[in-house]
Design a protein around this ligand. Sequence first.
Ligand code: AMP
Length: 381
Amino acid sequence: MTPLAPGAKIGILGGGQLGRMIALAAARLGFGVHVFAPEEAPPAAIAAKHYRASYQDEAALKRFAEGVDLITYEMEHLPTDSLRDLAESALFRPSLRSLETARHRLREKEFLSALGIPTAPFFALGAGRLDAGRDIPRSFRFPAIVKNCLGGYDGRGQRVARDRGEIVGALSDLGEGEALIEERVSFRREISVLAARGADGDFRAYDVVENCHRDGILRESRVPARIGLAVAARAKRWTRRIAETLDHIGVLGVEFFLCDGDSDSDGEGALFVNEIAPRVHNSGHWTMDACAVGQFEQHLRAIAGWPLAEPVRFADVRMVNLLGDDVESWRDFAARRGVCLHLYGKEPARAGRKMGHMTALYPLSSGGSGGSGGSLGGRGG
Ligand code: AMP
């Protein structure tokens, strides 16, 4: 494809902070940006134009598509049925296939299994609820987690089942819709890979990230991750296989659990994929401050048919999410040396809501493995 020239208009489906940061990066490259989101004043409405309508409103989606040269998305919780025409008639990247695979937990896990990439053992719970779980094999281990197949994020749409008897109760808490159950993995670390695949098939991965979640929400990321070189290579190799199989164009994030055990001959531990994000990802925010080209620009380069940048990292980093009223300490954060502050312009500061993040930069450690710097702590303290 001929690369999109500066001046072209990028349409973003979704109005959250990821859309806002894509819009900022697009402006820097000289692109125009239109945003489609149902909210009145979403964080991404810094764009030149905001189409305010429901994601099911196909007429509004069509008008939005007519005003842009390329459509991308900042979240996977989109109704893919209403996007089908759009994806066929407009340049839509990453493709609907990436979106449909990653947004549905069961489809995602079956896709990974077909690739021979391990996940936590899982079992589909279907829609018939009262006898749910009766067919689960005896080898399946509890405690386990019941998850809605659609719509869950930041720990929402999940319930722990300590034994078989708790499955039906967990399902009724979660409401209607398909669900699955997966074994709770006892992991040593959570890690993620952020990578981009260009329109020409070029693939570039950033350094592996180590993540800390609490209550299902990402709190802190650090790079380098405290993992061995073989695990890092394996995680990047699997991410590449996922991107290539999906023919993904754009950035994607893949989250992993690293467990004790020895599934590979390198002896560095057993790796399982938790989930695929077919888009820019919270655990990649540090790339904006620690690399010449961050994930948002890299995503635009990929979807616009530009060459991908080399994802070189210039500093060790810790990224801390500012949740809820953490953001009220912005004066304190702004005064810290070596800390880059990003605020999303959201209101109100509800508990657990992602209001901003900060990235602390440290001198680059040698070798890319082993820790760096002190913890930034819970409330960024
Ligand atoms: P998810 O929305 O599925 O990515 O879950 C959010 C977080 O919950 C993960 O990053 C983990 O910290 C935790 N979690 C989810 N699934 C599992 C699992 N099968 N075993 C252990 N922890 C899990």
